[in-house]
Design a protein around this ligand. Sequence first.
Ligand code: PEP
Length: 251
Amino acid sequence: MRQPLVAGNWKMNGSRAMAKELIEGLKAGIGEVSKARMAVCPTFVHLPEVASLLEGSSIQFGSQDVCDRVGTGAFTGEVSGEMLKEFGCTYAIVGHSERRSLYGESDEFVAQKFAAARQAGLKPILCVGETLEEREGGITEEVVGRQLDAVIELEGVEALADGVIAYEPVWAIGTGRTATPEQAQETHAFIRGKIAALDAEVAGKVQILYGGSMKPDNAAELMAKPDIDGGLIGGASLKAADFLAIGKAAG
Ligand code: PEP
């Protein structure tokens, strides 16, 4: 019922040549991905190029961030959801742990970004996840619950059906250390259960992706779990063969 989504977060990587080569590689192999929807999230500057390369393709694209405000105005350095929508973006990642930890984005600020993306007609990909210290302190659910609550309090639980959730344990991002399928499933089930307690329909609909060192050799096992609806992929999304292999692993 929920179509798997495999989305690539390019982070601050890429060049025009690299984007062209990667997108050509993905277009050549996408026919072999039967079940999953695939998407890429390049940097803002690479978006127009990627948009034009993907014209007519089933591969979707999105941004890695979005301004927390709607409309236009004196917000130097920011890019609005409306601008991203005009360039054909489907998604906007919000609250990636790198933005939370390196740029001080709070739960409330991330919720504003979720709201702004949604208002522009984008699907926000809301990243949530705990640090190693928080996991070892036994407060994973408290942290993830609080990150979700910020959006629910601002926008209402129904808003989650317009977006995607990505559970990304911070200790697994870019470290090569993946959550076991059981660990990931446990938190995914917690997230879905928390939403179900407020609205069962939304809980049944919302895609919950896993992110954190997902690779071709561990993707199938992770995505076989009942509450894992795909992946948000960093490093492995920069190689067409690896990213496509993860797409195929979704079934
Ligand atoms: C990410 O940045 O969202 C991510 C999951 O990175 P990686 O796959 O490299 O761990």
